[in-house]
Ligand binder design. Structure first.
Ligand SMILES: *Cc1c(COP(=O)(O)O)cnc(C)c1O
Length: 360
């Protein structure tokens, strides 16, 4: 038996609402999507939410809605899931990589300052709140505002995370979420663009629906990136459970922070005022292959997020690589995520703690 790294938690509530959609016959984009958007806007404290088919499509339309054009530079992190910078490629824009810091694996404000000085023509900054831990948004927004560059927050791993009570996704010009099954909440597949800028929201709404502005009028090239009522029904119920899911993740993470004292591991940091929602509980370890072998023997699921810095991916070798990513490479060598999902039992957490304590 293997303790899984991730496990979506679906109950009778999701099934009931999905059945309601199926019985209604209105399967595609409709009233359940509107309801999910309203609920999510309330949760975020943001005015506008536009539901999409995935987190990736939400990133793409966020860039398009900020008028990112082919050839524009977009500053982003080299250490994330590939979707973050692929969305920049979808817009035919050029990613400029800005290195992370090794304390929290998020974009480093100090590096951002250097990067933006070298690329003052950058048209946007795409920040990620990796593993559910907020990036240093106050410093990042100060730099972005100084250079008048809009900020997109990739919150695909950080539903409900906040800094001094302010939710991620509300610092920049827009926030983007994913509802893939391994995330802190799911729709099956799905995404959301969140903003307080009505014009941006209107553009996003048009881009996800073939660029339609009124019935059968198409001013720009858009896509079919719509969410369905079926997915929205799952999302509505998952959002209600999200606070509980996040509390469980935090409680397990707190046990790990307290009880895993083995010096073989570099543990996650959490500054005061930062609310970490532990999408992943990620350790740093020197001899990772030995540790992985150990985890496999112990029957503990794990993940490597991520084994390769994005600019080192073959896809990104095809063009000129802009920016720096020394720390991203170090991180890619040392990170390992262990199970922290809300479906873990206390016994499983006990077992994981005692296993890791005896690792040498
Ligand atoms: C999951 C994820 C995405 C993409 O979301 P999908 O819904 O899978 O398209 C984007 N960015 C990050 C950081 C992610 O973790």
């Amino acid at each position: 038996m293997m303790i899984a790294l991730a496990k979506p938690m679906l109950g009778i509530e999701e099934k009931t609402l999905v059945n309601e959609v199926l019985s209604s016959g209105m399967l595609a984009h409709g009233e359940y999507v509107r309801m999910f958007e309203r609920d999510f806007a309330l949760f975020q404290g943001s005015e506008h939410c536009v539901a999409t088919s995935s987190g990736t499509s939400a990133l793409h339309v966020a860039l398009l809605s900020l008028c990112i054009k082919p050839g524009d530079k977009v500053i982003t992190t080299p250490f994330s899931f590939i979707a973050t910078s692929n969305a920049i490629l979808y817009a035919q824009a050029i990613p400029v990589f800005c290195d992370i810091n090794l304390q929290d694996y998020n974009l480093s404000p100090k590096e951002l300052k250097e990067t933006i000085k070298k690329h003052p023509d950058a048209k946007a900054i795409l920040v990620v709140h990796l593993y559910g831990y907020p990036a240093h948004m106050e410093e990042i927004m100060a730099i972005a505002n100084e250079y008048k560059v809009p900020v997109i927050e990739d919150c695909a791993q950080a539903h409900g995370a906040s800094i001094n009570g302010k939710k991620v996704g509300t610092f920049g010009h827009c926030g983007v979420f994913s509802f893939y099954p391994t995330k802190n909440m799911t729709c099956g597949e799905g995404g959301m663009v969140v903003t307080s800028d009505k014009e941006l929201a209107d553009k996003a709404r048009s881009f996800i629906n073939h660029g339609q502005t009124s019935k059968y009028r198409h001013d720009v090239l858009g896509y079919n990136y719509r969410m369905t009522n079926i997915h929205a029904a799952i999302g509505i119920e998952q959002l209600r459970k999200l606070p509980y899911f996040n509390e469980r993740r935090k409680a397990i993470a707190e046990r790990y922070l307290r009880e895993i004292t083995n010096p073989a591991f570099i543990k996650p940091v959490c500054l005061s005022g930062f609310d970490h929602v532990y999408h992943q509980y990620t350790l740093g370890v020197n001899n990772r292959s030995a540790f992985i072998e150990f985890l496999e023997k112990q029957g503990i699921g794990y993940g490597i997020h991520y084994p390769t810095a994005i600019p080192d991916q073959p896809l990104y070798q095809q063009g000129e690589i802009l920016g720096s990513f020394t720390n991203a490479r170090i991180a890619a060598e040392r990170v390992v995520s262990i199970p922290v999902h809300p479906g873990l039992t206390e016994q499983e957490v006990d077992y994981i703690v005692s296993s890791l304590q005896k690792y040498e």
